[in-house]
Design a protein around this ligand. Sequence first.
Ligand SMILES: NC(=O)c1ccc[n+]([C@@H]2O[C@H](COP(=O)([O-])OP(=O)(O)OC[C@H]3O[C@@H](n4cnc5c(N)ncnc54)[C@H](O)[C@@H]3O)[C@@H](O)[C@H]2O)c1
Length: 258
Amino acid sequence: MKFTDKVALVTGGASGLGEGICHQLAKEGAKVVVTDINLAGAEHVVTDILNNGGQALALQLDVTDMKNIQEVGAIVKEKYGLVDYWVNNAGISKITPFFEHTEELWDQTLNINLKGQFLCCKEAITQMLEKGKGSIVNMSSQSGKIGTSHYQAYCSSKFGVIGLTQSLSAEFAPMGIRVNSVCPGVIYTPMWDQQKVDYGKKRNLEPDMVMDYFKNKIPLRRLGTLEDIAKAVCFLLSDEADYITGQALNLNGGDSMF
Ligand SMILES: NC(=O)c1ccc[n+]([C@@H]2O[C@H](COP(=O)([O-])OP(=O)(O)OC[C@H]3O[C@@H](n4cnc5c(N)ncnc54)[C@H](O)[C@@H]3O)[C@@H](O)[C@H]2O)c1
């Protein structure tokens, strides 16, 4: 229970990796603020946490809306106190050939995946400066280090997350605030329901063959699980990672090593 009495906020907490991270934080004793644009989904995760004896609160949060972020920050401060940990996880992903990559897709992807993290860090760091300490984890991706075809907007957003992380970590380390990012490989979440169809088109594979295709090229010969990612995120948030800041940690079964 390394997070007893700690306050942790997760964006995009209603589904997939965000949901897994919320559960792991609650298991470790944190008061978890499960935020998402999808309030019903966030409430569902909170119900599960409460049923398992944890503490959690659901709040609707659109990471592209600064006013909404500040309102959520104020509610958290009032109900639980200043945040100790903030996980910028919310994101979208679309695999599509470059000439079908619309300006709208570019703007939407960059807004949610990158600008959303920039805006959320304003609130997170404001609270952490008041507290005198804090730790942030930003969700990047294996696609934040290696560009692949049909993925221009997504890769650009996730490369940007690593730049944002390094810049913030350099500025706020002297104030006791650590900022890291994680770079998962393929984890089967609802995000992949449509992506396996689009990725299949790119590689000429049936959608049902796509996950096996990935598995076979990963040295550890399995896809990552929600727990694999959640445990690494909780480690980076915790005092066990006290000397780690500005890093982009690969969580990909050895699929890439730089
Ligand atoms: N699944 C993977 O293979 C994988 C790999 C690497 C990185 N990632 C990253 O992990 C994060 C989570 O992905 P996932 O696979 O769990 O996807 P998911 O689709 O299951 O979950 C994403 C969540 O983000 C929320 N969201 C979308 N737009 C939002 C907004 N404007 N404001 C607040 N919330 C919003 C959605 O409602 C959803 O609950 C994303 O940043 C994704 O890019 C995923």
